[in-house]
Write a protein that binds this ligand. Structure first.
Ligand code: ZN
Ligand code: ZN
Length: 170
């Protein structure tokens, strides 16, 4: 597989117990949708308080700016044009998803940013909400696993948006 950003050959590496493809040249990473959900849930990667503090001013962002909404990459796995999405519906981190194989392309440091933001928000939530969020996240992952093949990812976004609204209301 070649990097969709710079055509450098991608390397397979192990990260938080799953295999991902990385580009040594531009730092981009290609991860399957399920693997990305696992990485975010697993929280094995330890970040320093200094690393996390750089996101202190980041608040949830819904939707996607017009400037980010156009296709920039072709899937390194199956060549389909990838769709930019706001990861988890509200992180404001725009990642690119393949409508055909559900693979995700993350540019340099986006994977770490997604992990740090979601950890930070999870830790900042009151304990009760945290336990509810755990259940909701499991439901979200299960719903995504059940529907991603049949619906090619569109249902996954829908479920994400629904869970985010429930969390807001909690
Ligand atoms: Zn690259
Ligand atoms: Zn693909």
């Amino acid at each position: 597989m070649d990097c969709p950003g710079c055509d450098h050959a991608l390397q397979t590496v192990s990260y938080e117990g799953v295999q991902i493809e990385t580009c040594e040249s531009c730092g981009g990473e290609f991860v399957s949708g399920e693997e990305l959900a696992h990485i975010v849930r697993a929280r094995e990667q330890a970040f320093t308080p200094q690393q996390i503090a750089q996101f202190d001013s980041c608040m949830p962002v819904f939707g996607i700016a017009d400037a980010d909404a156009t296709t920039r990459f072709s899937c390194p796995c199956c060549r389909a044009p990838m769709n930019p999405i706001n990861y988890a519906g509200d992180t404001g981190v725009v990642v690119d998803r393949c409508p055909s194989c559900s693979g995700m392309w993350l540019e340099h440091s986006e994977l770490e940013k997604v992990q740090m933001l979601l950890e930070k928000w999870e830790d900042a939530a009151p304990a009760q909400l945290r336990s509810a969020a755990g259940k909701l996240n499991r439901a979200r992952a299960e719903a995504a696993a059940r529907t991603s093949k049949a619906f090619g990812g569109s249902r996954f976004s829908f479920v994400n948006a629904m869970v985010n609204r429930l969390l807001d209301a909690a």
